[in-house]
Design a protein around this ligand. Structure first.
Ligand SMILES: [Zn+2]
Length: 226
């Protein structure tokens, strides 16, 4: 099937480039003087690639941008926790079986939630790191909570383990995979087969958790940004 192009933009450039945007829009950038037929021949030669990219774009689900309205849900360890927005609550945000957000805190709700997640991340990750480091006899220096978007964890040469707070939105098995991955780096710094053998020794089904993170990691967000 020949690919359709939405826009051709000519500018002072030397080569033709095709860009398929996230919304599926196809834009071709071309030099000022390239004849139209050459541009179309180029597009035709890339038809397969363009159609494949467009199909991928169509499959991308929009990321959840939180609006902080009642009934909206927020992830904690893989569970969808509903939100209630209430009048006259002293604390900005409380959590029991559901989130309860004070109406007064609405303008800064994203910051309030981020702070809440950061505190939970510190608790949960400290607990998991202590449990597994004891179980496998590993020594770390300290734990740091970051706000990274795609880097779930890291391990410094001094043994500081960093984890993004977003990780506690994921199911506990996934959290454990990232924890064990970073703990394995205390022994092996790189991602060699020796490293993966070490991860597999501690968590035999780690590939399932790693695949989950790869597929769903982009949804662990409050603001829809990647
Ligand atoms: Zn690693």
């Amino acid at each position: 099937m020949p690919a359709t192009v939405d826009q051709i933009i000519r500018s002072k450039r030397r080569t033709i480039a095709i860009i398929v945007h996230r919304d599926g829009k196809v834009v071709v950038r071309a030099p000022l003087k390239t004849p139209e037929r050459l541009i179309h021949a180029f597009i035709e030669s890339k038809s397969g690639w363009i159609n494949e990219k467009k199909a991928q774009a169509a499959q991308q689900v929009a990321l959840p941008v939180k609006k902080f309205t009642g009934g909206e849900t927020f992830l904690l360890l893989g569970r969808e926790i509903p939100l209630r927005v209430v009048d006259g609550q002293k604390t900005a945000l409380t959590f029991r079986d559901e989130f309860s957000l004070s109406k007064k805190a609405l303008p800064g709700a994203q910051a309030v939630f981020t702070k809440w997640y950061q505190a939970r991340a510190r608790e949960i990750l400290t607990g998991r790191v202590q449990f597994f480091s004891k179980k496998f006899g590993l020594r770390y220096e300290k734990i740091r909570i970051s706000s990274a978007r795609t880097r779930w964890g890291s391990c410094s040469s001094r043994g500081t383990l960093s984890f993004t707070w977003r990780l506690v939105m994921a199911p506990l098995e996934v959290v454990d995979y990232v924890v064990l991955h970073e703990l394995a780096h205390l022994k092996v710094k790189n991602h060699s087969p020796v490293f993966w053998a070490e991860v597999a020794r501690m968590l035999p089904d780690f590939k399932r958790q790693r695949a989950w993170l790869k597929k769903n990691g982009r949804f662990l967000t409050l603001d829809g940004e990647e």
